[in-house]
Design a protein around this ligand. Structure first.
Ligand SMILES: O=P(O)(O)OC[C@H]1O[C@H](O[C@H]2O[C@H](CO)[C@@H](O)[C@H](O)[C@H]2O)[C@H](O)[C@@H](O)[C@@H]1O
Length: 375
């Protein structure tokens, strides 16, 4: 049986195209250097994979699962060249800070932050992906000056327990569970601008996949049962979506695990399978993702058709590409990919790891303070 709902990587995000199309806006460094886009050897197919038999299919799946979160090893000379070329086209957001600030001149910066791998380092146990108190302070300071949202694949309540900042917007379950700060939150700039989708007492609230809750709960239980024989596998209930983690599973068992998950999904054609960093993600097939969540939040903040907004989205995962693509297509703001290795991306800039994200957030705050206080 063929499951048409298995997506190895979101082809709709057009990631591959971004690297080779001259129609795509180039980041300033690339434009200044007059360079073309760099070709990165593709480790994963950017198209739907069918679940019919065949060794090629198995190998494609395992390749894709491996590429989702590559292990660090010293680079060969050619890999080193690829990296240098990639950096030229996705320069560091820290190095390019002044240019970024200049581009935002006269516009309202709105910050969108992914959680895992962006605000917290990737760790083996998803329940222990804590952010540092320094990072929390940096995010809190940023939210004082700019509307700020956390956009994550995680369950909203769980990410709130990690972040613990009430003045932020939260878009959990890949944007399918959106909540704004309560109206008495101390961020007056955010509240003054918000004009849509408001629930009077609670602030903003939006859950486009509510009808899927019973189905997700059912599939969660089935997956718990089916995967318990695979040592290291972990199923996480993210409310409107599910994660099957394989970071701690022996690589030899990855394909069997993926097959188990796909077999379960054959009975649920309204759910689809996508991939994150060493995680298989089960989501409703509705047309909603982090990119849609970003657009929804901009609209809710009163910036639907505004030229006066400068959204900045920072993320490390394939699922963040939907948001990077929205920004690229709108020609507004930009995406920053958090990665130490070259990856196909619609982001314009890069940062290497969460500590650099923290420095970038701090610099934004320092810049805004100096602007307001004139020093
Ligand atoms: O959108 P995000 O905030 O990046 O969430 C995506 C997934 O993040 C979590 O998994 C990832 O981080 C874990 C902790 O570092 C790591 O163990 C795992 O391998 C990563 O995939 C979260 O647990 C998932 O539910 C999210 O879907």
């Amino acid at each position: 049986m063929t499951n048409q709902n298995v997506v190895v990587s979101d082809a709709k995000s057009g990631i591959g195209l971004a690297l080779f199309s001259s129609a795509v806006a180039k980041p300033p460094a690339a434009a200044a250097q007059g360079g073309g886009f760099v070709a990165i050897p593709r480790k994963k197919p950017l198209k739907k994979l069918e679940t019919g038999g065949g060794a090629a299919r198995i190998s494609a799946w395992v390749d894709s699962m491996r590429a989702s979160s590559p292990t660090r090893k010293p680079l060969s000379e050619s890999e080193d060249q690829i990296k240098s070329s990639w950096i030229l086209h996705h320069p560091s957001a820290l190095t390019m800070f002044e240019q970024i600030i200049n581009a935002s001149s006269g516009k309202q910066i709105v910050m969108f932050l992914d959680y895992d791998g962006t605000l917290s380092p990737i760790v083996e146990d998803p329940d222990r992906a804590f952010m540092t108190k320094e990072m929390r302070k940096a995010v809190s300071d940023v939210a004082q000056y700019f509307p700020t949202a956390i956009v994550t694949g995680r369950c909203r309540a769980k990410v709130y327990n990690f972040v613990k900042l009430s003045q932020l917007y939260y878009a959990g379950s890949h944007g399918m569970d959106i909540k704004g700060p309560a109206k008495d939150s101390n961020n007056s700039e955010v509240n003054a601008n918000a004009n849509a989708n408001l629930n009077d007492n609670q602030g903003l609230s939006f859950q486009p996949a509510r009808e899927f809750l019973p189905m997700i709960d059912k599939v969660y239980k089935v997956l718990l049962e089916k995967t318990k024989s695979t040592p290291g596998a972990k199923v996480e209930n993210n409310k409107f979506c599910l994660s099957v983690h394989y970071r701690c599973v022996d690589e030899e068992s990855w394909n069997a695990l993926a097959e188990q998950v796909k077999t379960v999904l054959n009975d649920y054609p309204k759910l689809k399978l996508t991939q994150g960093r060493k995680v298989l993600e089960i989501r409703p097939t509705i047309k909603w993702d982090k990119g849609k969540a970003l657009e929804f939040l901009l609209e809710s903040l009163g910036y639907a058709n505004s030229d006066d907004v400068f959204p900045v989205y920072i993320g490390d995962d394939r699922t963040d590409e939907d948001a990077f693509k929205v920004l690229r297509d709108r020609g507004q703001g930009f995406g920053i990919l958090v990665s130490k290795v070259p990856k196909e991306t619609n982001a314009s800039y890069s940062l290497q790891e969460p500590s650099e994200v923290m420095h970038f957030l701090r610099r934004l705050v320092e810049w805004k303070k100096s602007l307001l206080h004139g020093h």
